[in-house]
Design a protein around this ligand. Sequence first.
Ligand SMILES: Cc1ncc(COP(=O)(O)O)c(C=O)c1O
Length: 276
Amino acid sequence: MTLWVNGTVVPEDAPVVRADDHGLVVGDGVFETIAVSGGVPFALTRHLRRLARSAAGLGIHVDEGQVRAGVAAVLADAPDPARLRVTVTGGPSPYGSDRGDATPTVLVATAPLAPWPPTTEVVIVPWTRNERSATVGLKTTSYADNVVALRHAHSRGAAEAMFANTRGDLCEGTGSNVFHEYDGELVTPPLTSGCLAGVTRELLIEWLVADGAPVRELAVPIDALRSCREAFLTSTTRDVMPISHVDGVELVEAPGPLTRHAAEVFARRAAESPDP
Ligand SMILES: Cc1ncc(COP(=O)(O)O)c(C=O)c1O
């Protein structure tokens, strides 16, 4: 792993964060995970835009030039394929929810990107996403809900946990967005469901629409995931990944025709430019 912290490349096991860093103390931070292939990051500009948006939501200023310098520094030694992780925290702060006025801590790291299996099982978890939360739509480092949900999924033999929101509508996974068949059409939860505006989700919607394929942002009860013919997850590390089982019950098709088409369009368009 290569690690860059606040302007300097350091050994991956170097002590780099103070005990009073607000990211450590209360999860006051934001992050991005970016896929790297052949040393080239995918959709870096969109990821850095979301990083700035997430940070602004917490009142943290991100210096994009600084982050890009960190990215350039670690990409030189990146494994292939790699995941690039950018984390910005509130920095050294008083112990408590108040951040104080310290300079943010900026960390950029690379690590090997392990391949996913061709399909995935998911389980629906009993906890909710809060679509009215103060941090809705922000990719913050406060991921403890996801840690608990993913452990729950793993204990049931699934690789991803699916959340409903407080209205009972399908929302997203711990680290993925979801698309599924509904009345023969491809649909995905709208951002008002409380899901993250996934970069993969956003690109796929744009590219499907440009390809003339109907895809609709539609709020549906989470039970629709159990009764659909086909469904898939999207994320930076997965691209388009067919869902084979929901709560242990096999879907009719994995991948079905909507999923195959989405995967084909995504792969084709992603190959055209590394920074769409
Ligand atoms: C909660 C959540 N939803 C969705 C996604 C998918 O977003 P992206 O396609 O930008 O990776 C992620 C990414 O890790 C996530 O953490």
